[in-house]
Design a protein around this ligand. Structure first.
Ligand SMILES: NC(=O)C1=CN([C@@H]2O[C@H](COP(=O)(O)OP(=O)(O)OC[C@H]3O[C@@H](n4cnc5c(N)ncnc54)[C@H](O)[C@@H]3O)[C@@H](O)[C@H]2O)C=CC1
Ligand SMILES: CC(C)CC(=O)C(=O)O
Ligand SMILES: [Mg+2]
Length: 370
């Protein structure tokens, strides 16, 4: 197997390259200390690609992403490019990757590490032991629906339009992922939409119910309106096991869930496509956070979300479960020692930089691998 695993790294903008640098060190560590080798290529995406290549994602980079076993993505965007039209913005590069690789299921696990129970803005009793998996539909809904645009009404007024649209097939394939995941976890799925005011939400509820009845009757299914879910996530998050929801609500609910864990700098994600004949899925792994322009360039970013995203790649794309377990254990152990980047800083703990956090995790890995 050695040498046959391929990774495309797309660091992007802002803190993206800073956290990706730490991932590269961990990839080197695996080769050096564990004999696990990857063929690694790096490419430009987002604002970095706009500046160097004129577009947020070139066709050549897209082809490399299609050919790789997995893509690791940092983050894109920043004030420098905020004035550009939507198709030319850095974020369009990420949306194109998701769409063209058909990465329809975005897995966003919100897990609270014991050592960070007090770092959450919620009371420790509410978040202790929390382990929620948000499955967000990623290639449909209002981020992609047509028509869209801003039109001039000619009377001094303008009109902005986006369209929320879902089909049976789109709902079934992402719900299937949620049911399958639930079977390996707490066996509960909560499906979230706004079927009380949106036809697409009503269809979502009906189709999830039909699929459940036909194939997943052994899994406990509940339904919740998205506004109520955002409230329940902070009131009693422990009631959730797997949440399945659309693109927009999943984007928002996962940022909210991130804060239960202490910081958005802790949350990894996996974006998966359908399995091919050999059971292999196209996949992209990225932290839930963005490019954080407010802290970029200051060696302050928490690299854990990016490192754990590689951990998800080890599990989902490479079947390297022991390595993924070891990485998670190393993170857990380092947090227990009181080492903290600024975003998860607590009284009495030791504040450290991005690179020192990664150094410490690598040293912990050395101990675990000894
Ligand atoms: N997947 C992606 O590439 C995403 C890109 N963005 C883009 O990122 C830019 C900034 O967006 P924001 O709304 O500010 O979201 P953001 O996630 O970049 O930052 C939100 C807050 O969290 C902090 N933060 C984020 N990641 C952190 C980390 N690893 N360690 C410590 N603190 C961290 C930031 O400093 C900021 O205060 C925008 O251009 C946006 O479009 C936003 C979300 C996702
Ligand atoms: C295109 C992204 C910037 C949307 C987003 O916030 C996310 O996927 O988390
Ligand atoms: Mg988001």
């Amino acid at each position: 197997m050695a040498g046959t695993r391929s990774l495309l790294l797309l660091p992007g903008d802002g803190i993206g390259p800073e956290v990706m640098r730490q991932v590269r060190r961990y990839i080197d560590w695996m080769a050096r200390k564990r004999g696990i080798e990857f063929t690694v290529e790096e490419g430009l995406v987002g604002g970095a690609a706009i500046d160097a290549q004129g577009v947020p994602l070139t066709d050549a980079t897209l082809e490399k992403a299609k050919a790789a076993d997995a893509v690791l993505f940092g983050a894109v965007g920043g004030p420098k490019w905020d004035g550009l039209g939507f198709d030319m913005r850095p974020e369009a590069g990420l949306l194109r990757l998701r769409k063209e690789l058909d990465l329809f299921a975005n897995l966003r696990p919100a897990k609270v590490f014991d050592a960070l129970v007090d770092a959450s803005s919620l009371k420790p009793d509410i978040v202790r032991g929390l382990d929620v998996m948000i499955v967000r539909e990623l290639t449909g809904g209002i981020y992609f629906g047509e028509p869209r645009g801003i039109e001039d009404l000619g009377n001094g007024q303008r009109r902005g339009v986006n369209t929320q649209v879902y089909t049976t097939a789109e709902i079934h394939r992402v719900a299937r992922i949620a049911f399958e995941l639930a079977r390996k976890r707490g066996n509960k799925v909560c499906s979230v939409e706004k079927g009380n005011v949106m036809e697409s939400g009503l269809l979502w509820r009906q189709e999830v119910t039909a699929l459940h009845r036909a194939e997943y009757g052994d899994v406990e299914l509940s339904h919740m309106l998205a506004d109520a879910c955002s409230m329940q996530l902070v009131r009693n998050p422990g009631q959730f096991d797997v949440i399945v929801t659309d693109n927009l609500f999943g984007d928002m609910l996962s940022d909210e869930a991130a804060m239960l864990t202490g910081s958005i700098g802790m949350l990894p994600s996996a974006s998966l496509g359908a399995p091919d004949a050999d059971g292999r899925r196209r996949a992209l792994y990225e932290p839930v956070h963005g490019s954080a322009p407010d802290i970029a360039g200051r060696d302050m970013a928490n690299p854990i979300a990016m490192l754990l995203s590689l951990g998800m790649a080890l599990r989902w794309s490479f079947d390297l479960h022991a390595e993924a377990d070891m990485l998670e254990q190393a993170v857990q152990n380092v947090l227990r020692t009181g080492m903290r980047t600024s975003d998860i800083m607590q009284p009495g703990m030791a504040r450290c930089s991005t690179s020192v956090m990664a150094d410490t995790i690598l040293r912990e890995l050395d101990k675990l691998a000894a």
